[in-house]
Design a protein around this ligand. Structure first.
Ligand SMILES: [Zn+2]
Length: 314
């Protein structure tokens, strides 16, 4: 995995790496959060991992990696209201664009095709946006359009205004019954900005806009000793432990969720060949994504922890 992304998002990086190796990545992925440059880099990195012909290292020099780093790979397309246009509409991802995407899927390809959907504009960046852009450049990737006299391609989250229900709906069948070696990636600020029918067919990941993170797992590890079995009698104790750790260390509840997901990917790595455990972990990771969504909707953390504990104990 790309080193900048790996340092910043160790859990997500590890998860994607494992999911790709095990061929378990969904055909439709939603990356959501507030920093769209980093989401865009993450999407390109996924495309690179899916297409690398060699060892997938950050500086791999195979043709696919070189093309993707330069944002010139023929099978990796950014779809926005200003990228890969086939008609004159300027404010939306149009039905024509979607038809163009669907047309390219008719023929098979040696490449793993990746379509990255986002909103975008060419503009002068604010200083906060320049910081995000600099971080993007540090990943070694390139934007889809070159700088034009201080104006820079700026990605933002897709929503129902720039991606109409009609256009989105025409993709549903392809998302539901995808041909092999095709991945759709949607960048958005909030999952609720996307058509629910797409969300329900996709795997969603919150890309937090945080600094380098270390994950601590020792405080809750023992509850997973017999995983996938999770003792119901311990559920409330588990909740208490999470709450106590959160208070003592003054950390965000979403961080605690990240730690648990991170630990699950560790278990996954150790049980690579156990299909039953792997399936359970993928389900649990999705459940925790949902817990994060509850936290972001300001549901009390105790309620969210309890909901998770009883789900694990089912
Ligand atoms: Zn490569």
């Amino acid at each position: 995995m790309n080193e900048v992304l790996n340092n910043k998002y160790p859990y997500l990086s590890k998860f994607f790496e494992t999911a790709i190796t095990q061929n378990r990545l969904f055909h439709s992925i939603i990356l959501y959060g507030s920093n769209n440059y980093i989401q865009y880099a993450m999407a390109l990195e996924l495309a690179r991992q899916l297409n690398c012909l060699e060892d997938k290292k950050t500086d791999c020099n195979c043709q696919n990696c070189r093309w993707i780093r330069a944002n010139q790979h023929p099978a990796i397309m950014t779809i926005s209201k200003i990228d890969n246009k086939t008609d004159s509409s300027k404010t939306v991802i149009s039905e024509e664009q979607i038809n163009m995407v669907l047309d390219t899927l008719i023929n098979s390809s040696d490449y793993h095709r990746v379509f990255i959907f986002c909103d975008a504009e060419i503009k002068k960046l604010s200083s906060a946006e320049i910081t995000e852009y600099t971080e993007f450049k540090n990943t070694g990737f390139t934007l889809p359009q070159p700088e034009q006299e201080e104006k820079i391609w700026y990605p933002s989250g897709i929503n129902t205004n720039c991606f109409s229900t009609v256009a989105a709906n025409s993709m549903l069948k392809s998302i539901e019954e995808p041909a092999s070696k095709i991945t759709f990636i949607f960048l958005t600020n909030n999952k609720d900005d996307l058509l629910q029918t797409i969300v329900s067919r996709s795997q969603s990941f919150y890309v937090a806009d945080s600094k380098h993170i270390n994950y601590f797992v020792d405080f809750f590890k023992k509850y997973f000793d017999n995983y996938p079995a999770f003792n119901r009698a311990n559920a409330l104790d588990f909740v208490k432990t999470l709450l106590a750790y959160q208070t003592e260390n003054n950390c965000e509840p979403i961080y605690i969720m990240d730690c648990i997901q991170y630990y699950l990917t560790e278990i996954l790595k150790a049980n690579n060949n156990n299909k039953y455990i792997a399936n359970k972990i993928f389900k649990d990771i999705e459940k925790i994504e949902n817990s994060k969504k509850m936290l972001r909707s300001y549901i009390k953390e105790q309620t969210v922890y309890e909901d998770l504990a009883f789900y694990l104990a089912e």
